[in-house]
Write a protein that binds this ligand. Structure first.
Ligand SMILES: *[C@@H]1O[C@H](CO)[C@@H](O)[C@H](O)[C@H]1NC(C)=O
Ligand SMILES: *[C@@H]1O[C@H](CO)[C@@H](O)[C@H](O)[C@H]1NC(C)=O
Ligand SMILES: *[C@@H]1O[C@H](CO)[C@@H](O)[C@H](O)[C@H]1NC(C)=O
Ligand SMILES: *[C@@H]1O[C@H](CO)[C@@H](O)[C@H](O)[C@H]1NC(C)=O
Ligand SMILES: *[C@@H]1O[C@H](CO)[C@@H](O)[C@H](O)[C@H]1NC(C)=O
Ligand SMILES: *[C@@H]1O[C@H](CO)[C@@H](O)[C@H](O)[C@H]1NC(C)=O
Ligand SMILES: *[C@@H]1O[C@H](CO)[C@@H](O)[C@H](O)[C@H]1NC(C)=O
Ligand SMILES: *[C@@H]1O[C@H](CO)[C@@H](O)[C@H](O)[C@H]1NC(C)=O
Length: 446
């Protein structure tokens, strides 16, 4: 039986650990159910799958050649005067796109989008980003975005995906699995038997509606291929949510830093959703589902080390030169180790969230991101966090991104509310039991 790479990574972290474990107060264990079983083998590898490297660049089919591409992007909207300095867009992509006529005109015309934007600042809340390349912006990423359980320490986020996006999250990460009792793919944590966030169609439809309503925003979705299934198994479900009309089709594989378009080009073309799959992507067949690791690297997965070394973990054996010419993803979702029934498990280190998501200080998001920038000569593209709404102050994670991006963050604009009061300090809930049981089950299946 194949287990998800989450499970493998959890185990790998347990087996080859160099960092000191974080101690978490487990005095309240009344809710924890101890699961029974006998351990058999331990994994000796890190999160893994097939990594593809390209020795030369492939030119891909463009959206206009692969689907009827009605440009819905000729709108005026409320672009400020800053934006008009760059209204003559030039087609930088190869191929014979049909959008040339519109794109070389000035940015005037009629709003054909379905709704007026509810945000007033184009280009992801910062008009300065309009002329910057997608590859030159630091975004906050919601780790396990669908795992929302208000007031519950077993999840990764507290606020819904709509609120995440409203507050400024611009990368949504989620892992797809196949539940044993359903033929449709779901977002699940390690296994669907115990922590299931529902069919991917529901969540992706919610995201698509947000994209409909925010015509000046560009978002990224990073999908985990939990079962390493062929993309053809997911494609029909993704397609029926309607999100593909916004999907960005890159001109090349792989995309180097300079190949990426500016946000304004993406907005004008209406191609405002960049979708990555971690393993098994097939961009020649599905040009809207980008292969993550040939175009983006990641720092260590599920970190437990509060010094957060900014090293390349995936793809393995990547040269520094290659690493410096692609996007990179900084994992800052601190985990804590629990020792349950003689087995160590990793869960979000909720008691340290305010420090972990803070702008400065030991273990903070700001310190780690600055260390990465020093090490690699440029800031990370994505800062992956749990419970983004916690930190030194609500929205401190966005302050970190704003500082790296050299823009000003409006501190009064975060964060959305939840009906249940947060109880991150008050013991461990039933859902955490489920998570631990799930992790342990996965472990036992190895
Ligand atoms: C935009 O294009 C028009 C027509 O080609 C030209 O007259 C104008 O100078 C251009 N503006 C800028 C800012 O390049
Ligand atoms: C964007 O470019 C500036 C200037 O080179 C650099 O300081 C910054 O780190 C870059 N950010 C990203 C995410 O590439
Ligand atoms: C599948 O199992 C889960 C967990 O036991 C349950 O909540 C869900 O309703 C089941 N779904 C179907 C379609 O039977
Ligand atoms: C999950 O992966 C296994 C092994 O590759 C495969 O046999 C199975 O068909 C996959 N399940 C689904 C629903 O795709
Ligand atoms: C967050 O950082 C600020 C300084 O930027 C500091 O005053 C505050 O104590 C920190 N909060 C936590 C919870 O570490
Ligand atoms: C963490 O910060 C939030 C505000 O951002 C505050 O409400 C909460 O009490 C803090 N928790 C701890 C443990 O300091
Ligand atoms: C940051 O932005 C200001 C304008 O707000 C500019 O003067 C400064 O040169 C920028 N710094 C960097 C490093 O780009
Ligand atoms: C900051 O955000 C708040 C809440 O969204 C808003 O009322 C206020 O006008 C914003 N301030 C600026 C300077 O944009």
């Amino acid at each position: 039986m194949k287990v998800s790479h989450t499970a493998i990574a959890v185990m790998a972290a347990l087996c080859s650990r160099h960092a000191a474990a974080i101690s978490v107060d487990l005095s309240d264990t009344s809710d924890i159910t101890f699961v029974h079983g006998s351990r058999t083998v331990k994994a000796d590898q890190t999160a893994t799958g097939t990594y593809v490297t390209y020795t030369s660049k492939i030119t891909l089919k463009q959206a206009s050649e692969t689907q009827s591409d009605t440009l819905t992007s000729t709108f005026t909207g409320s672009f400020t005067s800053d934006f008009t300095t760059a209204t003559n867009l030039t087609e930088t992509e190869t191929g014979t796109g049909t959008g040339t006529g519109t794109e070389t005109g000035t940015v005037t015309g009629t709003v054909t989008g379905p709704a007026e934007p509810s945000n007033t600042q184009p280009c992801n809340n910062h008009v300065e980003f309009c002329t910057r390349k997608y590859s030159n912006i630091t975004n906050i990423a919601a780790h396990n975005s669908p795992f929302v359980r208000p007031g519950n320490s077993g999840s990764n986020q507290e606020l819904s995906v709509t609120t995440q996006l409203n507050d400024g999250i611009r990368l949504l990460q989620a892992q797809i699995q196949w539940p044993s009792n359903s033929s449709a793919p779901h977002f699940c944590h390690t296994t669907c038997d115990l922590l299931d966030a529902g069919p991917i169609t529901e969540w992706l439809t919610t995201v698509r509606k947000w994209v409909d309503d925010h015509p000046y925003d560009v978002i990224t979705i990073l999908l985990g291929n939990g079962n390493y299934s062929h993309p053809s198994l997911y494609a029909p479900y993704i397609e029926k949510t309607g999100i593909l009309k916004y999907a960005y089709h890159p001109p090349y594989l792989p995309m180097s830093l300079d190949d990426w378009p500016t946000l304004e080009e993406m907005i004008l073309r209406g191609k405002r959703v960049v979708m990555f799959l971690d393993y098994e992507a097939d961009q020649e067949e599905y040009p809207w589902l980008l292969d993550e690791f040939s175009q983006m690297w990641e720092t260590p997965f599920d970190p437990i080390d509060r010094t957060f070394p900014c090293t390349v973990q995936r793809p393995p054996s990547l040269s520094d030169t290659s690493a410096k010419d692609r996007l990179y993803y900084m994992n800052h979702n601190l985990n804590a180790e629990f020792n349950v029934f003689g087995t160590e498990l990793l869960v979000p280190a909720v008691s340290l969230l305010n420090e972990t998501n803070n702008v400065t200080g030991y273990g903070s998001l700001g310190l780690s991101a600055n260390n990465c920038r020093t090490d690699w000569g440029r800031a990370p593209n994505f800062l992956n966090v749990d419970y983004y709404n916690y930190g030194g102050f609500p929205g401190s994670v966005f302050e970190v991104a704003a500082q790296l991006n050299n823009v000003t963050y409006n501190r009064s604009s975060c964060c959305g509310t939840t009906s249940a009061a947060p109880q991150l300090q008050s013991g461990y809930s039933a859902s955490l039991v489920a998570l631990m049981t799930a992790m342990l089950s996965a472990y036992l299946m190895l």
